[in-house]
Design a binder for this molecule. Structure first.
Ligand code: ADP
Length: 307
C-alpha cells in the first residue's frame, strides 16, 4: 500500500543552523504517528516542508506517492494542519474563517455548511461562532485551530504540538477527540515533546533529536527494548519451594520479595498469580513497572527530553 506520507533523506539548514540532517520517515495510511523530540529537534521544519511553508535543501517528501512540490495542490488538499502558532485573523468571526478555509480548498459555502456545524458542535465552540479570535481563551483558540484543520475533511491530519500550553482537562478532551478521528480512519501525524502524549496516542513513533531520527517503532517495542519493565511481588510468607512452580520465568527471590524481569508485565501477571496460587503462596502486594519513552530517549541521547 502507498504510504500516506513518505519523507526521504530530508535536509534543511537555516543560515548556519542545520535543522534537518537527512530525515527518513514513512507513515502508513491509518496510522497515528508521533514525531517525538525536544524543542529545536526539527519537527516543525519537517511538517512545514511537507505542507509547502518552508523550502527544503534536498531530499523528497511525498503524500500518497505524489511529490509535495510538483503536485502541491493535490498533496496539500489531502492534509489538514493545526499549526503551533495561532493565526492572526482578527477581523472576521469564527464562522466566516471556517468558510474561508473551506473555500481555500475549493469547497463552496453550501457544501461546507454541514461540516462547519459539526465542528462547532464537536469542539464546543457553538456559542462562539460569531466571536472574533481575539475574544477566545487560549484553549478555545487551540480548538479552533483544530476545526480549521478539519474543515475540508482531509485524510491526513497534522497536529503540531496540539496540546502545548493547555490545561490538563482540555488536554485529555483533545486526546479523546484525536482518538475518535483516528478511529474514523484518519491518518494522524502528531509532533510533540510530551512523552505521555506519544505513549498514549501513537501506534508508531519516530524519536527525533538535533535534526536526526534516533529510532523508530511502536511505543511498546521501544519501551520493551529498554528491559526495565518488570513485576515485584511481596508474599505474605516466604516460600522456598517456588522454583518448580515458576519454571520459565526470569526472577530473583529475596525472602518474601520476588522480582520478575518481564517485557510485558500486565500481560504476564495473571499467569504468575496462578503459578503462585498453585504453590500455595499468598500475595500481599504487587507492583509493576514499565520503561517509558523517556527512558528510550535518555539511553539514546544521555539527557531527558525536556531538559
Ligand atoms: P521543533 O519543531 O522540533 O521545536 P524546529 O523545526 O522549529 O524544531 O527547529 C529546528 C532548528 O531550526 C532549531 O535549531 C531552530 O532554532 C531552527 N529554526 C527553525 N526555524 C528557523 C528559522 N525560520 N530561522 C532560523 N532558524 C530556524
Amino acid at each position: 500500500m502507498t504510504p500516506a506520507i513518505k519523507i526521504i533523506d530530508l535536509k534543511k539548514s537555516y543560515d548556519d543552523t542545520v535543522a534537518l540532517k537527512g530525515i527518513n520517515v514513512t507513515i502508513n495510511d491509518g496510522s497515528f504517528f508521533g514525531l517525538l523530540g525536544p524543542n529545536g529537534a526539527g519537527k516543525t521544519t519537517t511538517i512545514n516542508i511537507l505542507t509547502g511553508l518552508v523550502n527544503k535543501d534536498s531530499g523528497h517528501t511525498q503524500v500518497f506517492g505524489m511529490d509535495t512540490e510538483k503536485d502541491y495542490r493535490y498533496t496539500r488538499s489531502k492534509i489538514g494542519i493545526s499549526a503551533q502558532e495561532f493565526s492572526q485573523d482578527w477581523f472576521f468571526n469564527l464562522e466566516q474563517l471556517l468558510f474561508f478555509q473551506a473555500g481555500y480548498f475549493g469547497i463552496r459555502k453550501k457544501d461546507a455548511k454541514h461540516k462547519v456545524d459539526e465542528l462547532f458542535l464537536r469542539l464546543g465552540l457553538e456559542e462562539k461562532r460569531n466571536s472574533r479570535l481575539r475574544q477566545l481563551s487560549g484553549g478555545m483558540k487551540r480548538r479552533f485551530q483544530i476545526a480549521k484543520a478539519l474543515v475540508h475533511d482531509p485524510q491526513i491530519i497534522i497536529l503540531d504540538e496540539p496540546t502545548a500550553g493547555v490545561d490538563v482537562e482540555l488536554r485529555h478532551e483533545l486526546w479523546e477527540y484525536f482518538k475518535e478521528l483516528h478511529n474514523d480512519g484518519k491518518t494522524i501525524l502528531l509532533t510533540t515533546h510530551y512523552i505521555e502524549e506519544a505513549e498514549k496516542l501513537c501506534d508508531m513513533v519516530s524519536i527525533i533529536n538535533n535534526g536526526e531520527v534516533m529510532t523508530k517503532g511502536s511505543p511498546k517495542e521501544l519501551m520493551d527494548s529498554q528491559g526495565k519493565s518488570g513485576i515485584t511481588i511481596h508474599l505474605s510468607e516466604s516460600n522456598t519451594n517456588l522454583k518448580k512452580f515458576l519454571k520459565g520465568f526470569t526472577y530473583t527471590q529475596e525472602d518474601t520479595r520476588l522480582h520478575f524481569t518481564i517485557r510485558d508485565p500486565e500481560g504476564v501477571l495473571p499467569n504468575i498469580i496462578q503459578c503462585l496460587a498453585k504453590a500455595g503462596s499468598h500475595i500481599s502486594s504487587i507492583e509493576t513497572s514499565r520503561s517509558s519513552l523517556e527512558d528510550v530517549f535518555l539511553s539514546l541521547t544521555g539527557k531527558g527530553i525536556n531538559e
